[in-house]
Structure formats: C-alpha cells, structure tokens
Design a protein around this ligand. Sequence first.
Ligand SMILES: Nc1ncnc2c1ncn2[C@@H]1O[C@H](COP(=O)(O)OP(=O)(O)OP(=O)(O)O)[C@@H](O)[C@H]1O
Ligand SMILES: [Mg+2]
Length: 417
Amino acid sequence: MTSKTGTECFVYMTLPGETESVTAGRFELTKDRRGNALGKFVYGKSYLARGNAVAIDPIELKLSGATYETARLNGVFGALRDLGPDYWGRRVIEKRAGIPQLGELDYLLNSADDRAGALGFGLGQNPPAPRRKFNKTLELAKLQEIAEALMREEDIKTEEAAQIQDLMLIGTSMGGARPKAVVEDADGLWVAKFNRPDDRWNNARVEHAMLELAKICGISVAANRIETIAGKDVLLIKRFDRAKTGKGYTKSRMISGLTLLRAEETPDARWSYVLMAEELRRVVEEPKRDALELFRRMTFNALISNIDDHPRNHALIAKEREWSLSPAYDLTPAAVVAQDHRDLAMEIGDLGRYANAKNLLSQHTRFLLEEEEAKAIVSGMTDKVRTTWYDVVRAQGVTEKDAETIRSAFVYEGFSF
Ligand SMILES: Nc1ncnc2c1ncn2[C@@H]1O[C@H](COP(=O)(O)OP(=O)(O)OP(=O)(O)O)[C@@H](O)[C@H]1O
Ligand SMILES: [Mg+2]
C-alpha cells in the first residue's frame, strides 16, 4: 500500500483490553509556506465521544478536539514516529519498493502491522482487521537467511522478491538499526534480534547476558532467551507491549524516551536522564518507583559502558489507562580503550554525560532519592557488576574470548574518580 495523496492517513488505536482497533484520528503531513515539514493531527469526534478513549501521547497529543501541529521530527509527531521503522525496517521497505528513499508517511503506511505500541496507520476510514498470522519461531532459520541476504547488500538484487515479502510481513515496523524480526510461539510474540557478520563479538549472547546482569542489579527486564539456529545465536525478547488472550493480542500504548523528552533525533540538551526523570514523574502512575528504576538504569549503563543509551532505548508503556516505564531493553557494553573518561549518550548530572559515580549522585533529588539512598544504590550496583559480570556472561554462554574482548566495558577506572 502506498499513500495515494501522499499527505494524509488515518490513525487507528487498539483500546486497552481490546484486540481490534478503532479509528482514533487523522494525521496530515504538509509543508508550511517556507517549505518546512508541518504535521497536523486531530482526534475524530466519535473517538472522543467514547467513554474508554485514551490519548496517543500523554503530553503532546492529549485527548481534545484541538488540531495539533508540529514542525519537529520532519513533521511526524514523536508518538507516531516511534512506531515507524528505523534504519533496518526502512531498508527492507526500500528494497521491496525498489525506491532508495521514501516519504515519512510511506514508511508508516508500508510497514507491517506488528509495530510496537497500540497504533495502526492506513488510508481507510475504518481500520483493517487485526493480523492473526505471524511468523513462527520455527521459521527463524528462514528469517535469519533472508536477514543475512539483506545485510549482504550485493546479494539482495538476486534475492527472490517473495522472500523479501515474507520478511516484510514481520518486524519491519519495530525500530532500531539491527536486523530483527517478530516471531510467535505458544507463549506469544517475541522480537528476534540476529547477529551481524561484522559484530565484534556474539551480540545475541552478550545482550542476553547484559539483561541477566541488569536483573541481578534489581532492574526490570523483558523475558528473553537464546535460540541457536543453523549454528548461529538469535536473541528472542518477549514483547512487553502485547498480551495473548483467547481472542487475539491486546496491545499496550508505547512512546519512546525521545517523545517523552520532546527531543530531536540528533543529540541536544534535552537528551538527559535528569530531564527524563522529571518528565516521567509528571506522567507515570508511580513516580517514585519509576524514577528509582530510571536511576538504576542510568547507573547500570555507566557501569557497563553502554554508550548507545540514546532516548529511543527507553520507553513508557500503558497497558490500561496509566503509564509506566517499560522493561529495560537494548543493553550493550562498549569495549572502549580510554580508562579515565567515558560519556553516555544522555546527560547524567552536573558533570554532563560523564559516566562517573559522583556525576550519577549529583542530581539525586530529581530522581526522588535521598543522598544516602542514591549512594547505597550506586555502591551496591558497582559491587554487583564488578564481582559478578564475568561469571554471569560465562554462565550465559559468552565465550572466554568474547568475555575478554568486552572486559574493558565493566566498571572502568574513571567511574570511581
Ligand atoms: N521486548 C520488546 N517489546 C516491545 N517493543 C520492543 C521490545 N524490545 C524492543 N522494542 C522496540 O523495538 C525497538 C528496537 O529494539 P532495540 O532497541 O532492541 O533494537 P536495536 O536495533 O538494537 O536498536 P539500536 O538502533 O538502538 O541499536 C525499540 O526501540 C523498542 O521500541
Ligand atoms: Mg535500540
């Protein structure tokens, strides 16, 4: 499906507890007089009239009859953009369309209807029937093959169109840069993340181990496991925005940290844990619990040198009406050489993005923590990571060689300066 007008689409919502969607409103992408992208969104009157209507975004798109406008993010409201494809999915869509670059609306309309969160996009006034068929975990071998063909740029032209179409049906609308697919088994839906040939270590195993280490540090993480397909490891992460019921899947709404912060795609002053803590405190059901959880995640990222902790690697979800921080995902260590100073992707405190214990503690009140409480968390987590990381990664099947390659990521010297 491509957009006929190229400028408008309907936005559908699967309401809390439901498995079928309803039309929530209309999104229009135009240009202002200067030629800059301008997005407009308006909720449908019949949607607003529902007793059970919920907002797409608790900050930017509150339930009201207003016409909302945005010029940020190429005119696509953050809460809509969050559910569209990123580097990986866009590449798959471009290959299928045979066009090197499509419009923002085309990416939303052409991606498969298995996107994160509770929204859908289409040209029909009424939403299509929900997807009932997903690729099965049993088909992972084939999916891995197609993903690999897509990664080997030169082979793609000879790849059968039908195969790419198969991959199209799954996972293109999940965000992120790494190759991935969505698969189903008896327990529900999973995000499958594949290794890349140019990875420096077995990414699937290491990410799996980091989720385990995070759990040991008291962080809430999505259920996950490793499947070995044709000798290669694939990381399966349970989708936390879907719940299986007798009549299909219910969906949780989801917005990224980037949307919560109303930040731009490229790093700016709003890329900040401190601001994120304040923004989430205004929105979530349990501010104290979630601010503490965010503090733990920020500390963990500093302790494992996860310098790719950009705002899209955080999310809020709402299963019912109320919002909360989603389980943690995409935790990856970086094997950095420098031992005295490392920066995370987001601001931590008074010393900027510096991954350092003093910096972590400098804004504790914004995370609703007393100084002593914050100190105890940082020192407790530091001890845990220092003393257990090696045993944890080895127990999760990371090879000795890979463990040595990532060794420099954990509790680097500058953390305690
Ligand atoms: N378990 C999950 N349930 C629901 N949505 C998820 C889950 N894990 C990830 N997502 C969504 O999919 C997106 C991509 O996942 P992830 O960040 O793991 O991929 P990535 O390709 O490694 O990302 P990056 O480009 O940051 O390296 C996330 O930003 C999030 O919106
Ligand atoms: Mg990510």
